[in-house]
Design a protein around this ligand. Structure first.
Ligand SMILES: Nc1ncnc2c1ncn2[C@@H]1O[C@H](COP(=O)(O)OP(=O)(O)O)[C@@H](O)[C@H]1O
Ligand SMILES: N[C@@H](CC(=O)OP(=O)(O)O)C(=O)O
Length: 413
């Protein structure tokens, strides 16, 4: 069987849902479909959580209405029995009418996970009326995680057992990306953009023949077309090149997706939902690595420099203290570099996490930071490619390995 993953961009409106059905009809015999929340619903639900926890009743109601209206607009253009969708909105409304229960991240997961529940309920209803009888599966009952809310860690043994028992390998099934559940039945999410990872989890557990991620781009390109004009389609990629590109921030694939697929040799296709007959990119066990440079831009980064208060070296004890603080604050490091008595890191400038991290670090270190920096990564670089990306930018830090260069830059004002 195959696994197809459709992201929010592919199902942002009724036309997207119809297009999904056409792709499944023409290419998806014996397929499990993993779907994300529609359009930008996850962002909208994040705003709803903030308003709910901050007890901003009006903002909360407004956000709820906006999300419901958006989904109703899509439903109104489709045919099918959407009663489950209305039930989900009723459940959400009832949850929002009660006092906030649990820590922020837990509340976040109970609410934000509903984006995927709604999208799959709508699509399953549409597929069924279109004669594609889709089995709707609740990913919360299949993917078991620990209690790390917003970044649930998968319990592979339980997950594999539950998936093998529940999924029918013939016909069409549909389930939610991004969500799972703890042992005591509290919903978790797997980290933003985690639906690709869900597709890989299902494929791994089911020994699927392939995974296809349907995108609004022709495949994996050598740069994000939103930033670069002359992009080139990478027709074949090794798992290693794919994992490196994703890890450095090529948002076309979630970095956690590759490992489960590589471990079982399952090919990953990245194809266009706008041109479903085009071959796109295939990622697999190939001998040849990339031959052309790839560019990855991460904006809205912050460069943090730490200097031990007691002038001690950046050695094992200080390093373990630093990494402990980052883990405690839940902040991922995108780049790091040290000298004898200073340690520099670049992280996403996440307003929910970075201020708390800085406070923790200030307990032991003198902390300086530079916000609004960009992190540019070039894989298979040469000097010409570096020169191409740094005009009008001040270079703050550079790190080179044999195949990859990373540049921390700031716009020259
Ligand atoms: N190397 C790359 N190749 C192709 N697309 C890329 C690359 N890096 C970033 N992207 C961006 O990824 C986007 C698709 O991802 P995303 O918007 O998250 O889709 P979805 O909602 O389907 O998961 C593309 O529109 C493109 O701007
Ligand atoms: N809806 C979740 C999960 C996801 O992967 O979405 P998408 O496939 O649209 O990037 C998010 O936005 O984080």
């Amino acid at each position: 069987m195959k696994v197809f993953k459709f992201g929010g961009a592919s199902v942002k409106d009724a036309a997207g849902v119809r297009n999904l059905a056409e792709i499944v009809r023409s290419q998806g015999h014996n397929v499990l479909i993993v779907v994300s929340a529609m359009g930008k619903t996850t962002n909208a639900l994040e705003d709803l959580v903030r308003a709910f926890v901050d007890k901003q009743t009006e903002a909360c109601q407004h956000q709820f209405d906006t999300i419901q209206t958006y989904h109703n607009t899509i439903i109104n253009e489709l045919t099918g029995d959407f009663s489950l969708v209305h039930q989900t909105f009723a459940q959400l409304e009832s949850y929002l009418s009660q006092p906030v229960k649990g820590i922020y991240d837990e509340v976040y997961d109970q609410i934000v996970s509903l984006g995927e529940v709604l999208s799959t309920q709508i699509i399953a209803a549409y597929l069924t009326q279109a004669g594609l009888n889709a089995q709707w599966l609740d990913a919360r009952q299949l993917i078991r995680t620990d209690t790390t809310f917003r970044e649930g860690r998968v319990d592979w043994d339980t997950t594999a057992r539950q998936i093998k028992e529940a999924v029918n390998k013939s016909g069409v099934s549909i389930t939610q990306g991004f969500i799972g559940q703890t042992e005591d039945k509290r919903t978790t999410t797997l980290g933003r953009e985690g639906s690709d990872y869900t597709a890989a989890i299902f494929a791994f557990c089911l020994n699927a023949e392939s995974v296809t991620i349907w995108k609004d781009v022709p495949g994996v390109l050598n740069a994000d077309p939103k930033w670069f004009d002359d992009t080139v389609l990478l027709e074949r990629l090794t798992y290693q090149d794919a994992i490196e590109l994703a890890y450095y921030g090529a948002t076309v694939i979630h970095p956690k997706t590759i490992k489960p697929l590589q471990n079982k040799g399952i090919p990953l296709y990245v194809r266009s939902f706008l041109k479903p007959d085009a071959p796109g990119t295939v990622i697999g066990n190939y001998e040849r690595h990339l031959t052309i440079p790839s560019f990855i831009f991460k904006v809205n980064q912050v460069l943090i420099s730490l200097h031990p208060n007691d002038f001690s070296f950046i050695a094992e004890d200080n390093l373990s203290r630093i990494f402990g603080r980052f883990a405690q604050a839940g902040v991922k490091i995108n780049l790091m570099q040290n000298t004898a008595i200073s340690f520099s890191v670049v992280v996403d400038n996440n307003p929910d996490r970075v201020p708390a991290l800085l406070n923790l670090l200030k307990q032991d270190f003198r902390v300086t930071y530079n916000s609004d920096v960009e992190l540019i990564t070039i894989r298979y670089y040469d000097q010409g490619t570096i020169d191409r990306v740094i005009p009008n930018k001040k270079l703050l830090l550079e790190q080179k390995s044999r195949y990859t260069v990373q540049l921390v830059v700031k716009e020259l004002s």
